[in-house]
Design a protein around this ligand. Structure first.
Ligand code: SD4
Length: 334
């Protein structure tokens, strides 16, 4: 049995659980707030939102939705654009290496059925988002790492290539002169791509792909490929994704937190703000790093928020294509 079918057959959605409990006459202690759950008839129009100013990637995802394809197809197509772009030194080909000079990639993808696939510490494969999708669709697993993930990718027909461009190599060689590890807060508005999309059927999917923090320790994995941290999708409620200092997102399980806050009735904007504030209140050094979140709910409403100004979000929908600077904790606090 395919993994997806198995999951469908064995898990009850939370609504189903509540309905089932009622049918069996059980008393539920928790009143479920269904106000954030759109009815099946109320389909939001297709849309895509991404972290940072990445017009080529968002446009590709948007065009894919316009071809009536699914949100998961749009996510994969959009993320691949950025992975192939050597100028984006935070993602895929051309990404900045770790401190040993190796480009190591993290990516994950999650569909509207709650299926998830992820690769971490993948080397030599240009499109980790597509490998992550293969993990989701072709294996009984959700997360594959390092050499095993690469072997799986090769078996799936992906090619092994050198991802370290001359530019990234030159900058790394320069860095080794001091070896001062200090992540830059906003890297040229080109950064990890977190992308969320709603298709014509109202289904939500998301993806996140990155080369991680520049000059990280060998073996370091960030938030981006970790379910609930760099990305989370719940098709009943909404989705969220993160960019910035992965360690802080991991410690607060940021994307899951945002989706759960939306489940409790917060707007996407309120949920993003609370997730950032959670990091700020737990970390006295919060001024030293950036974290940014974007979120969308089942009705297609969006939110975005970061610690520092400088974060950018790109949102495309039928009513317009918008790249904007969301609010930030520090700007608001000053
Ligand atoms: C990481 N969150 O590996 C990623 C990096 C990133 O903006 O988003 N940079 O921690």
């Amino acid at each position: 049995m395919k993994r997806r079918k198995f999951i469908q057959n064995t898990s009850l959605g939370s609504l189903g659980v509540v309905a089932g409990a009622t049918a069996l006459g059980c008393k539920s202690e928790v009143e479920k707030d269904t106000s954030m759950i759109a009815s099946k008839e109320q389909k939001p129009a297709p849309m895509v939102i991404a972290t940072w100013d990445v017009p080529n990637a968002v446009n590709k995802a948007w065009e894919t939705l316009q071809e009536n394809k699914s949100a998961i197809d749009a996510i994969e197509a959009g993320c691949r654009v950025e992975e192939a772009d050597a100028k984006n030194q935070s993602v895929g080909y051309g990404g900045r290496p770790d401190r040993d000079g190796n480009v190591t990639l993290d990516a994950c993808i999650m569909n509207s059925e709650g299926d998830y696939g992820s690769v971490v510490y993948l080397q030599g494969i240009k499109h980790p988002i597509s490998v992550a999708r293969k993990v989701m669709e072709e294996t009984p697993h959700v997360l594959m790492a390092g050499a095993g993930a690469q072997q799986f990718a090769l078996e799936q027909g992906f090619e092994k290539e050198n991802l370290l461009t001359e530019q990234s190599k030159k900058e790394w060689e320069e860095w080794t002169k001091t070896s001062n590890y200090e992540p830059v807060i906003n890297i040229e508005n080109h950064d990890t791509i977190g992308m969320l999309a709603i298709d014509k059927d109202g289904n939500i999917s998301g993806g996140c792909t990155t080369s991680g923090l520049a000059y990280k320790m060998a073996g370091r994995v960030g938030d981006s490929p970790i379910i609930g941290s760099g990305l989370f999708v719940d098709n009943e409620i909404g989705a969220a994704t993160a960019t910035g200092m992965g360690e802080e997102v991991l410690k607060t399980v940021g994307s899951f937190l945002i989706v759960e806050l939306m489940r409790q009735g917060r707007s996407p904007q309120e949920a993003c703000e609370e997730a950032v504030e959670r990091i700020v209140t737990k970390n006295p050094n919060y001024k030293d790093f950036q974290v940014g979140y974007i979120a969308v709910n089942k009705n297609g409403e969006t939110g975005a928020y970061s610690i520092h100004p400088g974060f950018v979000a790109s949102e495309y929908r039928e009513t317009g294509k918008n790249t904007y600077a969301p609010g930030s904790f520090l700007k608001n606090a000053e």
